[in-house]
Design a protein around this ligand. Sequence first.
Ligand code: SAM
Length: 278
Amino acid sequence: MNKVLEVPAEEPSRGSITCVGLGMTLGSHLTPIARSYIEQADVVFAGVSNAIVEQWLQRMHKDVRSLQSNYGEGKPRSKTYLEWVDLMMTEVRTGRRVCGVFYGHPGVFAWSPHKVIEVARSEGYDAQMEPGISAEDCLYADLGIDPGSHGCQHFEVNQLVFFKRRLDPTAYLVLWQVAMIANESISKADASAPYRQLLVDRLSRDYPLDHEIIVYRAATLPIEEPRIRKATLRDIATIAMTAEETVVVPPAQAPQRDEEFIRRMEAIRSMHEKPVSA
Ligand SMILES: C[S@@+](CC[C@H](N)C(=O)[O-])C[C@H]1O[C@@H](n2cnc3c(N)ncnc32)[C@H](O)[C@@H]1O
């Protein structure tokens, strides 16, 4: 008797979201897996800061939607970022494979990629993040800093002025979004100069005002060089700074030995090294 072959009904496509990073330098930092998520998506959302990058993405996918138009002068960035999540989730909910593309690492100082993944998972959709090369990775390479040598603390700049945070002046300090201090919108970064004096006042509790700092910009085009400007801590208030720069404060003091823990460590070591008696 002939067996009737049952063709399984095609599974309805499940929506999904993957957030990937482009890295900092156009073209050269994109990982193979990020490229493949972009190419295989049904729709790509671009949270990148520059039209050249968007055009480059359009060569990889025919449906690239810019998220830039959601920014607005005077409009809180938090509102814009929530809109990004809604735009991406709307497509996920219709069963499409969505790829959110962000510059650098999609999860480093970036709210929407984390949020959209959280929302998608809470609604039962597949959601994941692929790491990318961030400004942090570039600065270790360009400034010759190994975070393991002294330790390294990272702060979004508003965290330092709005909250009582503890700084360790024996480690590196990396300050993100300095030009955007106290700026909830996308207005001119230079308007931040008076607010930056507050940051200097805060930092001066832990560092001398003439301590050398670095204002760093990673190359975003392969033809560019990284920009590395040295200044003093007090200059942070007045030096011209763009939204694409990160401030690095090197250690100002040597760490103090903790004699109590050194003694306890030696006591443990000497116990372990005792010869076992027969
Ligand atoms: C919203 S965060 C995005 C960071 C990004 N996701 C990453 O992985 O580096 C923006 C901040 O990143 C830093 N940044 C952006 N572009 C940079 C560049 N070309 N060089 C150095 N820092 C940069 C600045 O501190 C800026 O205020």
